[in-house]
Design a protein around this ligand. Sequence first.
Ligand SMILES: C[S@@+](CC[C@H](N)C(=O)[O-])C[C@H]1O[C@@H](n2cnc3c(N)ncnc32)[C@H](O)[C@@H]1O
Length: 276
Amino acid sequence: MRDHNSDYLPCTMTLLDGPEERTLRVSFDRIADRYDETRAYAEGVPRRIAEALERELTTDCAVLEVGVGTGRIAEPLRTHGFDVVGVDVSMGMLSRARSKGVVDVALADATSLPFVDDAFDHALSVHLTHLISEWRLALAEMARVASDRLVSMVTERDGCDLEAMQLAYEGACADAGHKVRHPGLRERELADVVRPMRKAHVAENTVGLYVTDAIERYRERTFSDLWDVPDDVHQTAIRSLEERYRGVERLERRERVVMMVWAMRDIKELITTSGQ
Ligand SMILES: C[S@@+](CC[C@H](N)C(=O)[O-])C[C@H]1O[C@@H](n2cnc3c(N)ncnc32)[C@H](O)[C@@H]1O
């Protein structure tokens, strides 16, 4: 195992020189308490994710999870024997991770990682890069501090109920003149830009929920791409969801969890050819 203990700041949680608005734009502090409940994996899925990573990476390597959040991925990895370090810009999310035993964490921005070159073997990025307008810079940083692979767990949804609700919300916003968007590029979209060396099906994740709870999550803007929606547009979109789902009781979130693995040299090449 690589000795990287002197290369990170396990408990200090200092914000390291990222422009303030970049941090605040996506601050997950506001939903840290509800994050796990709203992004729950079905029983057994976290274990299957950890097993897939165990097959791919082996546990004797050093892994950095960028945008570690509440440790939804890092915690099962840790219990499977991985040496995982996490960074995030949200103190609230990191506190949740620490309460689950993911203690090697630092408050830091993906675009300015507080580690020396090649401090880790692999970088893990799950549901992160779409939040960062400078996603190329974040990838460049991951490729600088991790030498071997970039790994993600992406979710693929094919027309499940929850995706239909998302499209209905976005459609209502568009009708009211606002386009719902995120500033960066999703990890699964990165596969269209740089070919992954491996793509493997990990698990089916099916979670049921009540329509009233699902609409409440929209009303409370639990999802980050809703944070920029102007209030009047948001209220109109919520009314439209209530109308559309009147009389419907339950929904299903049905998605495939897919592991994508890139060789860091290919990520480096993307950064070099795109001028970062
Ligand atoms: C959607 S959550 C994903 C968390 C975790 N990877 C998971 O899959 O559960 C995105 C996380 O990325 C963090 N984040 C957003 N922008 C970031 C940045 N520029 N640098 C580091 N973390 C960031 C957020 O604070 C949040 O905890």
